[in-house]
Ligand binder design. Structure first.
Ligand code: ZN
Length: 338
């Protein structure tokens, strides 16, 4: 098995809602520690994501038909009074069930085949005070990656909605607090994640940040025209910065027709990997499953099946090693401060 560093999962949210332990192989769900071992996932970015409500609603219930496709309206903004306590509950699950990766050395141990590790990631900066007073507390707690927005506006920037077809050129760029957040994360060696960000926010970060640009879970807009996916200009900026894109496993986000089809062939996801590798180089493409947060195809519908995707690419072992973990290691070495 080729060890994988996976760019994004929502297993903490699932465990928060269900009360299950991620140390046990659950009856359902995409990702837990036993499934990580079975699929060769050495480490993953575990999202702390605060939903609008406490209930596991099916996101498909919110889909609205449009003239030429569909859209999901924005959630209401989440105030910090809700975001902060829920985020701490999610982080407590990570402390309880997972080995936290805090340093490059920790990550190298994971890739060498020790205990699977969890990189603590904030998906949407709602739990961070706009004056950044509690950012250092979160870093102390283990936070190593921060997504400025989820698909909704917050104090720092504006995310893109789920929509088909559509493009990310909507909404304003970073706020003043957002610019401060980018500088503060650069100074402290916290990885910034541009997934879910709109186009103006993306290029604001690109011009401001000193770190390689990272989009943890997305796909190529040229193949699947959705605001969540990256335009060629955005891909080029990621490549120029020495960063990477983690390709998402969602069928809806990777299919050209924007449909949810569970028997979608793995070639569809592989097509995004190949497109990005051809456009900006195979040093700049990685994996970002979004397990427990998306609708992967049946052939890849839990973490134990991770290696199946590598098998359809027809790449040699050195190329697969870059895709699976080498590119993440390079980018995090250039970003984190141990
Ligand atoms: Zn996401």
């Amino acid at each position: 098995m080729i060890p994988v560093i996976d760019g994004h999962n929502d297993a903490l949210l699932r465990a928060w809602r269900s009360g299950e332990s991620l140390r046990e192989r659950g009856d359902d769900g995409h990702l837990d520690v036993p499934r990580m071992r079975e699929g060769g996932i050495a480490a993953g970015f575990f999202a702390i994501y605060v939903p609008e409500d406490d209930y596991a609603s099916d996101p498909r219930a919110n889909v609205v038909a449009t003239d030429d496709g569909w859209e999901v309206p924005f959630d209401d903004p989440v105030p910090i009074e809700r975001a902060s306590p829920v985020a701490h509950e999610l982080a407590a699950i990570a402390d309880r069930d997972l080995m936290l990766v805090r340093t490059i050395a920790d990550l190298e141990h994971c890739v060498a085949g020790d205990e699977p590790g969890a990189i603590l990631h904030l998906e949407g900066a709602e739990p961070i005070e706009p004056g950044l007073d509690n950012l250092d507390g979160w870093i102390e707690r283990g936070l190593r990656s921060l997504g400025i927005v989820w698909s909704r506006p917050n104090a720092f920037a504006c995310g893109v909605p789920f929509q088909y077809p559509g493009a990310p050129d909507m909404g304003p760029g970073l706020t003043d607090a957002g610019r401060d957040l980018v500088r503060a994360c650069n100074e402290r060696g916290v990885m910034l994640d541009l997934a879910h960000l709109n186009e103006r926010g993306f290029f604001d970060v690109a011009s401001l940040s000193e770190a390689p640009l990272v989009v943890s879970h997305a796909a190529a807009h040229a193949l699947a025209p959705m605001p969540r996916n990256l335009t060629d200009a955005e891909l080029d900026a990621v490549g120029d910065s020495g960063g990477l894109v983690g390709v998402v496993f969602d069928t809806v986000m990777t299919r050209s027709d924007g449909e949810l089809v569970f028997d979608t062939a793995l070639d569809v996801i592989a097509g995004h990997i190949e497109y990005i590798a051809e456009r900006i180089g195979l040093d700049h493409v990685a994996l970002g499953s979004d397990f427990d947060g998306c609708f992967p195809p049946a052939a890849l519908d839990d973490a134990s099946k991770m290696q199946a995707l590598l098998g359809v690419l027809g790449w040699d072992d050195d190329e697969l090693a870059k895709l699976a973990h080498g590119n993440w290691l390079r980018v995090l070495r250039a970003t984190w401060r141990d």
